[in-house]
Design a protein around this ligand. Structure first.
Ligand SMILES: *[C@@H]1O[C@H](CO)[C@@H](O)[C@H](O)[C@H]1NC(C)=O
Ligand SMILES: *[C@@H]1O[C@H](CO)[C@@H](O)[C@H](O)[C@H]1NC(C)=O
Length: 341
């Protein structure tokens, strides 16, 4: 309770403090959510510790030797900060007190639509101390932690209105996606990103858009999907798993004149512009979603363009394009097929 009181008063916002007992059987799992009063407007991003830090060696130890050894290792190395993980650059610009929120507040001191970050971790409170120390080491203003000790986080993500979930655990990502929460899998990789703006790249089909056209393509081939798209040019494509998050970024962008915009968004799709571009563009227009740049690659590789953009995160559902992103040092968020065939 004392720690909670400190959390609550150290911030300028008025907080509602909610302690959720996540522990059904395991007593060491706990979850402290300090909710902003305006949690509906806050853009809450949940990240796992393996998404923002390089915990690969430690994860191997956990898999091989179990939680006990892992915990002892983390306690022994408590004061050694962890190396950067794949999603760290993205969180670094979107965390509270970081660039995008600062720009939003400069633009409007009353702004409520601000990024907020929750760290959702499979650690227990003991092993979690190294994570907390690493967060401080990188100067991240993440104050909300949830040490779940192996419990599936997805139902908490939903109750707390999480707008994006990034995790290194595929089953946790899938269970979030099944609940309709935008989510992606991040794999530990070396990354290079541009500094001055938050840059986010979205693939089209199965990411911004539903899998409708992709399924036609898979089942019937290219000629049929081109015909299918032509016949439905005036009907928007269904919504994909990351659409809601893209809409939030689109909304934030509308608050700035173009030259001062702290966020840059991109559509990078394998669709051909000539044969399958029209319906995609009309769909974005129907949604009121503007992207800064759209690339229709007609099957060409994405990594040369990603290497130019240097985004903070690139979302795609194709393992082929994700591999290209890894090779070009682009932080990648993979949208797994989950239980779809
Ligand atoms: C794991 O822990 C057990 C007992 O706690 C110990 O005997 C064993 O050597 C440890 N293994 C490693 C790799 O640290
Ligand atoms: C991945 O998440 C699931 C819950 O969604 C959990 O049961 C499982 O233990 C996690 N796996 C690892 C390796 O952390």
């Amino acid at each position: 309770p004392q720690a909670l009181a400190r959390l609550g008063t150290s911030s300028i916002n008025v907080f509602v403090v909610v302690v959720v007992s996540c522990c059904t059987e395991q007593l060491s799992g706990y979850c402290v959510f300090v909710l902003q009063k305006d949690s509906a407007q806050a853009v809450t991003i949940a990240v796992s510790s393996r998404a923002i830090f390089d915990l690969e060696e430690e994860h191997e130890l956990f898999l091989a030797e179990g939680m006990g050894n892992y915990t002892s290792h983390q306690i022994a190395h408590e004061n050694e900060p962890l190396a950067e993980g794949t999603a760290l650059p993205f969180i670094r610009v979107s965390a509270p007190k970081a660039m995008v929120n600062e720009k939003l507040l400069e633009n409007n001191p009353e702004e409520k639509q601000l990024f907020d970050i929750i760290l959702v971790s499979n650690n227990n409170a003991q092993s979690g101390l190294r994570i907390i120390n690493s967060i401080k080491h990188y100067g991240l203003h993440i104050t909300r932690f949830c040490f779940l000790n192996g419990i599936d986080p997805s139902k908490y993500l939903q109750s707390y209105n999480v707008k994006l979930f990034l995790s290194a655990n595929e089953s946790a990502v899938c269970s979030a996606l099944k609940r309709g929460i935008p989510a992606a899998l991040v794999i530990q990789q070396d990354v290079q990103t541009a500094a001055e703006q938050l840059r986010v790249v979205f693939d089209g089909d199965c990411v911004l858009f539903s899998d409708e056209s992709e399924n036609v393509y898979r089942e019937k081939g290219l000629d049929e999907v081109i015909k299918y798209e032509k016949d439905r040019e005036h009907i928007p494509i269904g919504e994909g798993p990351l659409k809601a998050f893209a809409m939030i970024l689109g909304n934030m962008k509308k608050k700035f004149p173009r030259e001062k915009d702290p966020i840059c968004t991109y559509l990078l799709t394998s669709r051909s512009g000539r044969d399958m571009g029209v319906r995609a563009i009309k769909t974005l227009r129907d949604w009121g979603l503007e992207v800064d740049q759209a690339f229709f690659l007609d099957g060409a590789p994405k990594d040369p363009i990603l290497a130019q953009i240097r985004p903070h995160i690139f979302f795609d559902d194709s393992t082929h394009h994700i591999r290209g992103a890894l090779a070009s040092g682009t932080p990648a968020g993979y949208i797994p097929p989950c239980d779809k065939s």
